[in-house]
Write a protein that binds this ligand. Structure first.
Ligand code: SF4
Ligand code: SF4
Length: 252
């Protein structure tokens, strides 16, 4: 375990950057700098960052992601209150015993953010009233409560199940050459990367992490005890060179 701690390199930097952008966002909104032009420039920058560095915006910069990490920390404090602890234990045991069901629920639950994204998009382009009046308004308020409650007790719940910005970033990130990559020869199949990934991405069985929900937080890279994981930029020329090396190796 000592070794795992020694390798926790990205975490302090990530937390500092997250804290900076969380405060920065609050200041921007308080000082009313968040006008239309500013938002368009910020969105353009986010997409550019995503094209180059992959989904790092979600893991390192997004103030909502950081906020929900704090909400989850509050949730763990609630879970450990003496009269709630027995219930927490029972829920954890139930989750462990029903892993297949829980995994399936998680997998299908992640689709909800695409529906939410389309709903928000139509509200922005066609009818804002669909989220501010009538049934839409009621659904929206139910969603606020659901987001908060799940955010307290599920890791990165906002990012996994609800975030419409994450949908765009995940899709744009597909075109980025930057990915967490696993060296299969070095990997000892300890599964620690999977256990520590807050987005519950299957890193331990991937060569390159292609999952749309990976937010490039690098927690898996930090915790891997043998250094089998790395964040790599795979440019087409680089890929070609690797293929040539493999072909040359095979033809020997
Ligand atoms: S796969 Fe790794 S980099 Fe991606 S979200 Fe999980 S821990 Fe973070
Ligand atoms: S990549 Fe590292 S942390 Fe993940 S299973 Fe392999 S050895 Fe373990």
């Amino acid at each position: 375990m000592g070794r795992v701690k020694d390798r926790e390199k990205a975490k302090p930097y990530r937390h500092s950057i997250q804290a900076f952008f969380l405060i920065f966002t609050v200041v921007i909104f308080i000082t009313a700098m968040a006008n239309k032009e500013f938002i368009v420039v910020v969105l353009g920058l986010i997409l550019l960052i995503t094209l180059i560095f992959g989904t790092g915006f979600c893991g390192w910069i997004c103030p909502l992601g950081s906020l929900f990490q704090l909400v989850r920390k509050l949730g763990t404090k609630i879970e450990s209150i003496f009269f709630i602890k027995p219930l927490t234990k029972r829920i954890k045991r139930w989750t462990k015993n029903n892993r297949v069901f829980v995994d399936r629920l998680d997998r299908y639950g992640r689709y909800f953010k695409y529906i939410f994204f389309l709903w928000i998009l139509q509200a922005a382009l066609v009818s804002l009233a669909s989220v501010t009046q009538g049934y839409g308004f009621i659904v929206m308020n139910i969603l606020y409560v659901t987001v908060l409650v799940t955010g307290l007790f599920v890791d990165r719940a906002w990012c996994r199940y609800f975030c419409p910005v994450g949908v765009v970033i995940g899709l744009v990130g597909r075109f980025s050459p930057t990915r967490v990559t696993r060296d299969e020869l070095t990997c000892i199949d300890c599964n620690l990367c999977n256990r520590k990934c807050q987005m519950k991405v299957d890193v331990a069985h991937a060569k390159r992490v292609e999952h749309l929900d990976c937010n490039s937080c690098l927690t898996c890279v930090d915790v891997c005890p043998v250094g089998a994981l790395d964040l790599r930029i795979n440019l087409p020329a680089h890929k070609g060179a690797i293929k040539e090396q493999v072909n040359a190796h095979e033809s020997i």
